[in-house]
Design a protein around this ligand. Structure first.
Ligand code: KIV
Ligand code: ZN
Length: 520
């Protein structure tokens, strides 16, 4: 009972974050990373919401054998059958059935009485149980529900076969003491509770998701639902890295352990950030760029004398790359390959060749190449989106006199060279306009952020953007020592993502806007 089950929902609730959209290949890549990280359960998606989500869950279920693969389903026969269809190839499948339990949801959204909700929950859990044995049940908006109704509902679904009871703080409303009290109340008042594991699923609307989850663990919950970097619906979900490291850092306080290989936390965080296009804020706990940086003289002095003075965790324990400068212009293929292996990368031949060529190019511009630069290169060269158009060349003139002008050259899907030029309000605007003239897909730039990967004037600049077309959002990433080139690469990446979705007719898979009742 001292094992805490880590249920990762990056691919489901995480992907529900406005503007996140992952293709199947990216979902599989993240699932493999989560498996290596040691999570116990991967919630791979919500199969009923779209053919794309169904295919993604199916793919993850058939490829990931090291952990349980879960699919979400509303308490309806169609959802449950669809979830089973997607999951049936899994080595260890789980169906996660949910229905709202708060008065406000039952009256205004579901339009069902308590008795109807209870009966539906019981019947649908029993239906799922007819397919497989591992069934999770969530009374949505549990923290705003009447505890007496909640106890009755939980008792009924355990009788119907639920093996995990997940208590969501769906709207991030609960306070830690109160949420802990709810968990304690469930243990005391649900007579058959010994037949199930209690899980919690907390949202971060008031910044309390991790505190609420940890308080629940203190009161006996043995599964926590969380996401890498805390991404998720609205303000997000409890962050996996924060839960895991709190437990590991304070064994004197939490009498539980997890199976997480913590050294893979940082690479997982980078991957999720790169693939979803959500930058990690510098001061983010555990994985932010400043999480282990000491600025004040007194702190630096202390850390030099004894790291424990100001460091409660060893940065290596979460896989933060050493800042030692290791490679340069004279480093060869072998040294590069070894460094990649030390950083946990195992690239295909083609990805390695591209990454090495990019490394050599970078070494011509930048004398010292740090681990963070290498990570950025690899992210750039690992192809997760089929390129319809390839950016071949970009050239700008800009400054405080004259009109910013850009010329671009693209290679189209048939290998034809396309060239055009445009004026803009700034160099990035000019580049994007020139690309638009060639690609001709209407869209709107909704987000643009730029961060420097390392310190120093010759650092790589990473651009993360989001564009919107027909109500769907697509992310793009680009990195280069020239931030205009990074911007052009990020735009091409987002456009290629958009074109891939359009070509595959997968609009729904990438949808970022909920259809009524389909997203949670
Ligand atoms: O936030 C929520 O209530 C959910 C449930 C489906 C668990 O995501
Ligand atoms: Zn949620």
């Amino acid at each position: 009972m001292n094992k805490l089950i880590i249920f990762d929902t990056t691919l489901r609730d995480g992907e529900q974050a406005a503007g996140a959209s992952l293709n199947i290949q990216e979902k599989l890549e993240i699932a493999r990373t989560l498996e290596a990280l040691g999570v116990d359960v991967i919630e791979a998606g919500f199969p009923m919401t779209s053919p794309g989500d169904f295919e993604a869950v199916k793919k993850v279920a058939s490829e990931i054998k090291g952990c349980t693969v879960c699919g979400l389903a509303r308490a309806t026969p169609k959802d449950i059958d669809r979830a089973y269809d997607a999951l049936k190839a899994a080595a260890s499948p789980r169906i996660h059935v949910f229905i709202s339990a708060s008065e406000v949801h039952m009256v205004h959204q579901l339009k069902k009485s308590r008795a109807e909700v209870l009966q539906t929950a019981r019947d649908m859990v029993a239906r799922a149980k007819g397919y497989i044995s591992d069934i999770e049940f969530s009374p949505m908006d549990a923290s705003r529900s009447d505890p007496l109704f909640l106890y009755a509902l939980l008792e009924a679904v355990i009788d119907a076969g639920a093996t995990t009871l997940n208590i969501p703080d769906t709207v991030g409303y609960a306070m830690p003491g109160e949420f802990g009290g709810l968990i304690e109340g469930i243990f005391k008042n649900v007579p058959n509770i010994d037949k199930a594991v209690i899980s919690v699923h907390c949202h971060d609307d008031l910044g309390l998701s991790v505190a609420n989850s940890l308080e629940a663990v203190k009161r006996g919950a043995r599964q926590v639902e969380c996401t890498v970097n805390g991404i998720g619906e609205r303000a997000g979900n409890a962050a996996l890295e924060e839960i895991v490291m709190a437990i590991r850092t304070r064994p004197d306080y939490y009498d539980v352990t997890t199976s997480i290989n913590t050294e893979l936390i940082y690479p997982a965080s980078r991957l999720v950030s790169q693939r979803t296009g959500f930058a990690v804020q510098a001061n983010k706990s555990i994985v932010g760029a400043n999480a282990f940086r000491h600025q004040s003289g007194i702190h630096q002095d202390g850390v030099i004398k004894m790291p424990k003075t100001y460091e409660i965790m060893d940065p290596h324990s979460v896989g933060v790359p050493a800042s030692s400068l290791v490679l340069g212009k004279l480093s060869g293929r072998h040294a590069f390959k070894e460094r990649l292996a030390e950083l946990g990368y195992n690239l295909s031949e083609a990805d390695f060749d591209r990454a090495f060529a990019a490394f050599k190019e970078l070494a011509d511009k930048k004398k010292e190449i740090a681990d963070r630069d290498i990570e950025s290169l690899v992210a750039e060269e690992q192809r997760t989106v089929v390129e319809a158009y390839h950016l071949d060349r970009v050239q700008v003139t800009c400054g405080d006199r004259g009109v910013p002008t850009a010329a671009v050259r693209l290679i189209d899907p048939d290998g034809k060279v396309l060239e055009d030029a445009a004026l803009g309000t700034g160099p990035v605007d000019a580049v994007y306009k020139a690309i638009n003239r060639l690609v001709g897909v209407p869209n709107r730039l909704t987000e643009f952020s730029i961060t420097s990967i390392t310190a120093g004037i010759d650092a790589i600049g990473e651009v993360l953007i989001r564009i919107e077309s027909e109500g769907v959002s697509y992310s793009g990433r680009g990195a280069d020592t020239d931030v205009i080139v990074s911007s052009a690469k990020a735009y091409m990446n987002a456009l290629n993502r958009l074109l891939a979705v359009k070509m595959n007719g997968q609009e729904k898979a990438a949808r970022s806007r909920p259809e009524s009742g389909e997203r949670t």
